[in-house]
Design a protein. Structure first.
Length: 156
């Protein structure tokens, strides 16, 4: 019994020490971060005046005269009929005859589920996280840790 209490105390001291070291590390990041931010700020310093030299002349060519554009007549519009797109029915059913006349069914627009399935597949989110194989491997590893810890406790 005394050895298991001793092991628990040692583990507790180790974990508290790790916590203290983590707090020191966070404090160091905060302190050195403010020092680096202060040193990155520009400080006003005296600069020497730079002697300005006169610009050097460069030889350029003068532009030549460009011819003015000519008037091109636009084509005259023609009266061409435009064909309107219509919805085609996917299936035509014959209507029952009422008083000797058959009523024509109203055309229904076609529905294409394959197109909507392709769009839905593109907008889905990818699978993330732990899959089945990873879960089994983690479980086997944890069971192994349990057996090793048990062996170490009973042997010591």
């Amino acid at each position: 019994m005394a050895s298991s209490n001793k092991l628990f105390v040692m583990i507790a001291i180790f974990l508290v020490g790790m916590l203290v070291l983590g707090l020191f590390a966070i404090g160091g990041v905060v302190i050195f971060g403010t020092i680096n931010r202060q040193s990155a700020r520009p400080t006003p310093t005296a600069t020497l005046a730079v002697a300005k030299l006169p610009p050097t002349p460069t030889i350029t060519s003068t532009p030549t005269a460009t011819p003015s554009p000519t008037h091109t007549p636009s084509p005259t519009p023609t009266n061409t009929p435009v064909v309107q797109a219509t919805a085609t029915p996917s299936r035509i059913e014959s209507a029952p005859e009422v008083s000797g006349q058959a009523e024509a069914p109203a055309p229904a627009p076609t529905w294409t589920p394959a197109l909507e399935a392709a769009v839905a597949a593109e907008e889905s989110t990818p699978e993330t996280g732990i899959g089945g194989l990873e879960m089994v491997l983690i479980a086997v590893g944890l069971v192994g840790v349990l057996f090793i810890a048990r062996r170490l406790r009973t042997s010591g």
